[in-house]
Each structure stands twice: as structure tokens, then as C-alpha cells.
Design a protein around this ligand. Structure first.
Ligand SMILES: [Zn+2]
Length: 415
């Protein structure tokens, strides 16, 4: 058989499988906690300790009364044992990033294996405790590192929000906006900002360390204003590893959801940790309806369609259905705020949507009408599919309805 083919298969098995299954799909890797009623955020710092920037990061955390996880390098820890002691004494979580910062793919298997072991033993020697978590440099895995991880009983931890503090074009403000709002500087493109249960990766050493040290006081203040409670990864409630059954949802989010958002120009109303609404301009589809105060709403009235931030709702629902309802109810004020301050929504007279959750919507001020039978059946099947995909609790067989709330009612109740 062709030796090139064998070589290709071997390389694919050694690099391709770990890359796809662990790094990309996150199977067996901790990526997030549960969205809880008290919105938590895992805060992590890689690459330290550094004599110049780590103390500044620690000062900022102490100033805000926040504790975090430090993924340290054995080599740097051995050179600054005093900093390791300070990190520990101030109540932070020490975790392993390896002995030396080198991509696992650029090393021989025995080097990659030995690196994890040496790092773990160094850290244990300095603190008297075995580290619990491991994040390889660049989040990249090989079989050799995984074998070493198993031997040391280390749990792999990835991230869901990347601050990109190492990027030469990113200043402290860019890092804050990226973490909080998901804004990519320069591109004007929006990804998602931090959601409850996310794990954020930043750096306390290298070029990222300087940017992060500068950004941190304001970033922590902003996260607090938005209702987030940052904490070490090990203290996140409902910490879980990625599973095969998560893949269909992730694939859907990465493809169909993204495409849909772009086609319909969906805007995030990401004002706070609890925010679950997204909106897109779309005229009121009708039929003509009468509002509670006797005014009429005609088809074609300037309006915006409501979408839910499905992932946030699903995570809130994981905590409890009461949490999901509380997030939803609190988010009504986001709609009122967006109406008043977003130019894109200036002449919007009504927010409308198609929803299965009528018993949640009525008490918060929505009115509703039946959909035509054909649309109702089609949308019903689609929405039950989505609800299941996002792991929602099983629903009774309900038909979706057209739900809406007009500007005046919204501003009276939530403005
Ligand atoms: Zn790193």
C-alpha cells in the first residue's frame, strides 16, 4: 500500500482527531457552567505568572473583590514562587497551562507528555496541592498530552469567550467591548458577548497581559453593572464537559442560526446578563387587530420581530423554568430601552413574534391572535424541533400564536 497514504492516516489520527474531537467539538472538555439564576462567569488568565503584569491583574481583582482561575506555566511558576503564593493566598484557583508555552503539535509525543507531567509536579511542589484543571497552550491537544492528563487526573478546560487581548490592534476598550458585547473592533461585526455560564480567556503575561491589566478594572466594573458574578472555573455551578449530544445544536447555531441572523439583520439587545431578546425590523404581518385601549393595528404597521437569544434561554431553563421566566420578564425593560435609544427602532409601533410560550407572554403584557392553519402547522413543527434541539424541557402539544405588544403599552409598563 502507498506509504503516503499510511503517513496521511497516521498524521490525521495523531493531529486531526484531537483537533476535531477535543479542540473543535469540545467532547470531554469543560467549556462552560450552567446558566444559573445568579448569572455566573468563569474568569481565566493564561500564561503567567509574570513579575510585571500578574501583580497588576491581582490588584485589579482584589479591588473588585473578584476571584479567578490562573492557568500558569510551570517554568514561570518556578521562577516566581512568590507570585504563586500570592495568587493562592488571595483565594484564586491555580491550574496548569503546561511547563513551557509551546504548541503541542510542534513537539514530539514524549516531549508533549513530559511537559504536562513536569508542569503538574512543579505546581504541586510549590503549593502542596495537585492542580485540578489543565488548558494546553493554544487550547491544542495531542494524544500524548491527553495520556499525561489522564495520568495526573487533570480535567481539560476550554473557553467560550476569547478576549483577544494578545491581538496587536486591540486596546483595553476593544477587549472590554469584545468580552461584554461581542463586538469585533474594526470589522463592526458582532459575535456574542458573554452569557451566564461562559468561560472567558484572558492573559496575565505577554502582550495580552499588559492590555488585560489595563482593561481589567473597567471590565470588572462593567460586568458587575450588567449583573454578572465572575468566579473561578472550579466554582461554576453545573460545570460540564462537552458531549456528543451537544453537536447537533452547535452545528445548527454555527450554520443556520448565523445565516438567519445575517439575512434578517437581527440585532442583539445585549444590555445585561439576563437579556434574552433580539430584534429585526419587519412590518406587522397582520391580521388587523384591536389593542386593549381600542386603537387598531393594521398589517404593514412599522414594527420589529422579536427573536429569543436561544442559547441564553436554554441555559436559564437548565437552571429552572422560573429562572427562564425571570430573565424573560426582566428583559421586557430592554425592549422599552431599545425603543427609546436605538435609531434603528425609532418608528417601531409594535413588537411581534410567533411563540409557543403563550402562558409566559400574557402576564408580561403581550396580546395574541391565532395564525392561519397552514402557517400554524408549519411553524409549530419548526418551533418544537428548535425547542428540542436546544434541550428545552418537553412541551405539551401547543400551537404557536402571533404575539405582540405595542409601543404605548410597552413604555407605560417598562419605560
Ligand atoms: Zn497560553
Amino acid at each position: 500500500m502507498n506509504p503516503w497514504l499510511w503517513g496521511g492516516l497516521a498524521a490525521g489520527g495523531y493531529w486531526g482527531v484531537p483537533y476535531t474531537v477535543w479542540q473543535w467539538w469540545g467532547i470531554g472538555v469543560v467549556q462552560r457552567g450552567l446558566g444559573s439564576s445568579r448569572p455566573e462567569l468563569g474568569l481565566t488568565f493564561d500564561d503567567g505568572p509574570d513579575p510585571e503584569t500578574t501583580p497588576r491583574v491581582l490588584d485589579a481583582l482584589a479591588g473588585a473583590g473578584v476571584r479567578a482561575t490562573f492557568f500558569v506555566l510551570g517554568e514561570r511558576a518556578a521562577a516566581s514562587p512568590g507570585l504563586i503564593a500570592r495568587i493562592r493566598d488571595e483565594g484564586h484557583e491555580l491550574a496548569l497551562h503546561g511547563w513551557r508555552h509551546r504548541h503541542g503539535w510542534l513537539r514530539t509525543p514524549w516531549e508533549a507528555y513530559g511537559d504536562v507531567l513536569r508542569g503538574a509536579r512543579t505546581l504541586e511542589g510549590l503549593t502542596g496541592e495537585r492542580p485540578r484543571f489543565f488548558r494546553p497552550p493554544h487550547g491544542a491537544y495531542t494524544w500524548a498530552q491527553t495520556a499525561a492528563m489522564r495520568r495526573q487526573g487533570l480535567i481539560p478546560v476550554h473557553w467560550t469567550v476569547e478576549a483577544h487581548d494578545w491581538h496587536p490592534a486591540y486596546g483595553p476598550d476593544d477587549v472590554i467591548r469584545r468580552v461584554v458585547e461581542g463586538v469585533l473592533p474594526g470589522k463592526g461585526q458582532r459575535i456574542e458577548g458573554a452569557s451566564p455560564g461562559d468561560i472567558v480567556v484572558m492573559h496575565d503575561a505577554g502582550p495580552g497581559g499588559r492590555t488585560t491589566a489595563e482593561a481589567l478594572p473597567e471590565l470588572l466594573a462593567e460586568l458587575k453593572r450588567r449583573g454578572f458574578h465572575p468566579k473561578p472555573v472550579g466554582e461554576l455551578r453545573g460545570l460540564r464537559r462537552g458531549e456528543w449530544r451537544d453537536l447537533p445544536k452547535r452545528a445548527w447555531v454555527a450554520t443556520v442560526d448565523r445565516l438567519f441572523d445575517r439575512l434578517y439583520h437581527v440585532e442583539e439587545l445585549n444590555y445585561a446578563a439576563h437579556s434574552v431578546f433580539r430584534v429585526a425590523r419587519a412590518p406587522f404581518p397582520g391580521p388587523a387587530v384591536e389593542l386593549a385601549d381600542g386603537r387598531r393595528l393594521e398589517p404593514g404597521t412599522p414594527a420589529a420581530e422579536l427573536h429569543l437569544h436561544s442559547e441564553r434561554m436554554a441555559r436559564a431553563g437548565e437552571a429552572s423554568s422560573l429562572t427562564a421566566f425571570r430573565f424573560f420578564k426582566k428583559s421586557m425593560a430592554d425592549l422599552a430601552r431599545a425603543l427609546q435609544e436605538r435609531p434603528s427602532l425609532a418608528n417601531v409601533e409594535v413588537f411581534w413574534g410567533v411563540s409557543l410560550f403563550q402562558e409566559i407572554l400574557e402576564p408580561v403584557g403581550f396580546q395574541m391572535v391565532e395564525l392561519p392553519p397552514a402557517r400554524r402547522r408549519f411553524l409549530g413543527a419548526y418551533m418544537h424541533f428548535l425547542h428540542k434541539l436546544y434541550g428545552g424541557t418537553p412541551l405539551k402539544r401547543v400551537w404557536p400564536k402571533l404575539v405582540f405588544i405595542d409601543r404605548r403599552t410597552l413604555l407605560e409598563r417598562y419605560g
